[in-house]
Design a protein around this ligand. Structure first.
Ligand SMILES: C[S@@+](CC[C@H](N)C(=O)[O-])C[C@H]1O[C@@H](n2cnc3c(N)ncnc32)[C@H](O)[C@@H]1O
Length: 215
């Protein structure tokens, strides 16, 4: 997806992907409550999940293209922000919450690696060729034995041709199994999703994985 697509979505407030509540998988299966370990949050939007993680004690490094999204994150949560230039990014910071405004694919320029990452609606926001690049980038950014909590969506792909894309277990394994152990943590059917209710989608499942970077 081009950057302009996402800027337009934020400008028009077409952000159906944003969840008011904390993600259920995050709350149920986030086992790594090692407070001081920083968490990488790619394509973070204005997700409140970053607050949940930060309240567990984790410093957060979120990456987001949209300045609007980042501005809304801080204002809606009554947080003041300081802004500095860091490498190719504008870094918006409050305490140990850092949101890097710019293209996630430029992250190697920061020279950081992570032991923990949280991907909800990041992989599935990207079209097929970019998903391959994303998996390669995550391999570079995650340290050996580091873990990613990955939350994807599955529906009949021919029923919707725009983000969020349906990414099935076979594709997750193809993308990540070279460098990560892939474990399915669970699946939940979103029966009350508006597109299921309206009949546009026959089913809509949220699937959670734990990816463990091979040593
Ligand atoms: C489907 S939304 C998910 C947001 C968030 N993870 C959540 O759970 O609400 C995808 C987000 O990724 C951002 N995005 C898309 N491509 C990006 C890129 N290359 N670098 C940084 N952010 C990107 C979009 O602006 C959008 O906010």
């Amino acid at each position: 997806m081009e950057a302009e697509f996402w800027h337009q979505r934020w400008k028009e407030n077409r952000i159906g992907f944003h969840q008011a509540d904390f993600n259920r998988w995050l709350q149920d299966v986030w086992l790594a409550r090692k407070g001081e370990e920083p968490v990488l949050v790619p394509l973070c939007g204005k997700s409140g999940d970053m607050l949940w993680l930060n309240r567990q004690g984790h410093p957060i490094d979120g990456f987001e293209l949209s300045e609007l999204a980042i501005g809304q994150f801080f204002s809606e949560n009554d947080l003041t922000e300081t802004v500095t230039e860091v490498g190719p990014y504008r870094c918006h910071r409050h305490g140990t919450l850092s949101l890097y405004q710019g293209d996630f694919f430029a992250a190697p320029a920061l020279g950081r690696r992570y032991r923990l990452a949280y991907d909800r609606a990041a992989l599935i926001a990207l079209p097929t060729p970019m998903r391959r690049q994303y998996a390669e980038l995550m391999s570079c950014l995650i340290e050996p034995n580091g873990q990613v909590l990955l939350v994807t969506l599955e529906y009949q792909p021919e029923q919707q041709k725009q983000p969020p894309f349906s990414v099935g277990e076979m594709e997750v394994r193809t993308l990540f199994e070279r460098d990560f152990g892939v474990e399915v943590l669970g699946r939940s059917a979103e029966l009350d999703h508006p597109r299921v209710q309206s009949g546009q989608l026959s089913y809509f499942d949220e699937v959670a994985y734990r990816l463990t970077r091979r040593a």
